[in-house]
Ligand binder design. Structure first.
Ligand code: ADP
Length: 267
């Protein structure tokens, strides 16, 4: 069995071939021992690992393990997924919204890491916990889908009340900037707080990606990372802000497994 592993800050992702089809598996980093037992349970295995927790996981594995640089593995995995989905993109911005966010410029076979932002999936988890006490990813996302951001986030239209704004009125002028002046007695719901957390993260990653796309003269932005898994609220914010910035967002299926796929392909 050939297995590619991406052991990240929050989740361990695995990709492997079974009966000629690509399969995936995921473990929370808090259950690293389970990931190790799963790998050690194979009779024969060829393994390549990538990601920040690869060295730690490697120390728990009975097999010889190859290692690969994370950014190369991720970019190779993305190329594979795009080709599989008949994607025509050859030059694009790749934004990986994992625990944190990493931004790359891919031009055919060359990749360059442009930078990143600490605002990412970990921010969704951390700020959501601080503001609502919730710690479960699925619960956070499903409540966020029901929230309304108007009483928390300040929109351009709030500032230009009654006047013609120079920007689309729906754009956020200040994330969380509408809280102080309102003085309402009507308490903010968990749903509203969570929607605003996701808005903050989605807008931030989309805006930095759009700026990178403009700088490099590319129109496609490929978004990957487990932060998009079953997370329509985040996808919607990222999609609308990317389009507003004049670029085209792409969310490849299984994009969160790109690093694991890249590691698998190297075997
Ligand atoms: P990393 O490689 O840094 O672990 P990922 O691409 O796996 O990053 O993304 C981690 C983020 O994915 C989390 O911060 C969270 O927002 C989101 N996520 C998706 N599914 C889960 C889950 N089951 N448990 C925790 N976080 C999840």
């Amino acid at each position: 069995m050939n297995i590619g592993i991406d052991a990240g800050g929050t989740l361990v992702k695995a990709a492997y071939m079974h009966n000629h089809s690509l399969k995936f598996k995921r473990f929370p980093i808090s259950r690293l021992g389970d990931a190790a037992s799963w790998i050690n349970g194979f009779e024969k295995a060829k393994i390549c690992m990538t990601g920040g927790k690869a060295a730690l996981l490697k120390s728990m594995i009975n097999y010889k393990v190859a290692e690969m640089v994370e950014f190369e593995a991720t970019c190779d995995g993305v190329r594979y997924l795009l080709a599989k989905n008949d994607g025509s993109e050859k030059s694009y911005i790749l934004t990986n919204v994992g625990t944190g966010t990493s931004i790359h410029h891919i031009d055919h076979n060359k990749q360059q890491r442009l930078g990143g932002t600490g605002v990412g999936g970990g921010t969704i988890m951390g700020l959501s916990q601080l503001l609502t006490g919730l710690t479960d990813y699925e619960a956070i996302v499903s409540l966020a889908a029901k929230g309304v951001r108007d009483r928390i986030d300040l929109k351009v239209s709030h500032i230009y009340e009654g006047a013609e704004p120079p920007l689309p009125g729906d754009i956020t002028a200040s994330n969380f900037g509408n809280i102080l002046p309102q003085g309402s007695t009507d308490p903010l719901t968990k749903e509203d707080r969570l929607a605003s957390v996701i808005g903050l993260v989605g807008e931030t990653v989309a805006v930095v990606s759009v700026l990178a796309a403009g700088h490099y003269g590319v129109s496609s932005i490929i978004y990957i990372g487990s932060s998009f898994v079953r997370n329509d609220p985040l996808k919607e914010v990222v999609e609308s802000y990317t389009k507003l910035g004049g670029a085209s967002p792409v969310f490849p299926e299984h994009g969160e497994y790109s690093g694991a796929i890249g590691a698998l392909l190297s075997l």
